[in-house]
Design a protein around this ligand. Structure first.
Ligand code: PA5
Length: 400
């Protein structure tokens, strides 16, 4: 289970209860509103039939390739990467190896990737809700052409899996033409809220993570805690705390923090409002950003994600488990940062399990959406992102 401790926030703010009428309205909006909020009802994220298909397809992928290439960007890949990296051993390659492509335009990466997969069997899952994202289309078309030369049309058709809208976009057109295996991204769920749909669940299942447990964990979340967190963020924002560090003490959670940054920033950073989420990976960042937190301008607060127990490894020098030492450090850091009015809120996982990660992801999704409603901005669009997409396409092929 996950525990939430907001005590450092609560002390200065007695008015948290005053928010409850607003929160009740938000809950009502999330439960009954029509716009892009099917993710809130976990039963609408994936049907039992699609879940079965995802598990069957993931078995097929695991037995038929050396490299599983996931092409997508933003909400179409960050969630899956977050979970897969959280459970990936530090020093062992997975089988199949899962490689994400789409979140940079590095020619070096692409060149090295092409060489790397040259003698390996590959299956691609291209993921795009809109089917119009230029990074995704650029990479998919490039690799599609490469693989078309390596595999026969029949073989290729067993190696392409498309996750996209039911009707719209060039990817759906390709599926219709070539009859490729495809999954439908529910139309009422946006990219960054799609981890618990086929978008996230297929790659996660290929990695061997128990997706059923993730869903069970999310369903067991005490949602009120996520609403409290949204309220506390809103209160701090009004106190001029405009930056939030999502702070971790386990580097395996780094990709998870990337996806949390995305869900918070893309949901709330609008109309000149919002809190800028940043990441701190401790203890390394204590010797870097920590100076600013302890001594710099008082613009931020921290949300610490802590794993209580990974294993029982003991450090003889202190006659304590390393996990215990890590926790002591986290607590003492919070105490010392508080001297610079940097408060820390703790989210503790009793262990790193699919159940807890599912719960954590759903927690941040709810807090992000509720926080946007508190800021009176629309949670489920991303006009800022669309702005750059338009400019790039205009420059590349003269499209408006
Ligand atoms: O959360 C979002 O909606 C975005 O981050 C999208 O996921 C991202 O821009 C990719 O879009 P698409 O899935 O349409 O390719």
């Amino acid at each position: 289970m996950i525990k939430f401790d907001f005590s450092t926030y609560m002390k200065p703010f007695n008015n948290i209860l005053d928010y409850q009428p607003k929160i009740n309205k938000i809950i009502n909006l999330l439960e009954t509103g029509t716009s892009m909020n099917d993710w809130y009802d976990l039963g609408k994220c994936i049907t039992p039939e699609t879940l079965e298909d995802v598990l069957k397809t993931s078995d097929y992928i695991r037995s038929n390739c050396d490299v599983f290439l996931v092409i997508g960007v933003g909400g179409s890949s960050l969630g899956a990467k977050a979970v897969i990296d959280a459970f990936k051993p530090y020093f062992k390659k997975s089988n199949p190896e899962i490689i994400f492509l789409g979140s940079s335009l590095s020619s070096t990466y692409l060149e090295e990737l092409i060489k790397y997969i040259d003698d390996k069997e590959v299956i691609i899952n291209v993921i795009s809700k809109s089917g119009t994202t230029f990074e995704t289309n650029l990479y998919f078309e490039y690799l599609y052409n490469k693989l078309s030369k390596r595999y026969s049309a029949e073989e290729l058709s067993k190696r392409i899996i498309v996750t996209t809208d039911a009707k719209e976009g060039s990817l759906r057109q390709l599926v219709n033409e070539k009859n490729y295996k495809s999954f439908v991204l529910p139309s009422n769920i946006g990219g960054r809220y799609s981890v618990m749909t086929v978008v996230g669940l297929l790659p996660i299942a290929v990695a061997g993570v128990d997706i059923n447990e993730m869903i069970i964990g999310a369903k067991a979340l005490n949602k009120q805690m996520a609403f409290d967190y949204a309220v506390i963020r809103d209160l701090l924002y009004k106190e001029d705390k405009k930056v939030e560090s999502i702070t971790i003490y386990e580097p395996k959670l780094l990709s998870l923090v990337e996806s949390i940054k995305q869900v918070l920033a893309e949901t709330q950073g609008k109309e000149g409002k919002g809190i800028l989420p940043i990441a701190s990976i401790n203890t390394g960042d204590l010797h870097s950003l920590g100076q600013f937190y302890q001594d710099g301008s008082q613009i931020l607060f921290e949300t610490v994600i802590n794993i209580e127990c990974n294993n029982e490894l003991v450090i003889p020098k202190y006659n304590k488990e390393l996990d215990e030492i890590n926790k002591i450090v986290a607590n003492q850091v919070a105490t010392s940062h508080m001297k610079n009015k940097v408060c820390s809120n703790f989210i503790s996982l009793d262990a790193l399990t699919p159940f807890n990660i599912g719960q954590l992801i759903y927690f941040f999704e709810i807090a992000a959406a509720a926080g946007a409603y508190l800021l009176e901005v629309e949670p489920f669009n991303q006009p800022g992102v669309n702005e750059y997409k338009k400019l790039v396409l205009k420059e590349l092929d003269g499209n408006e």
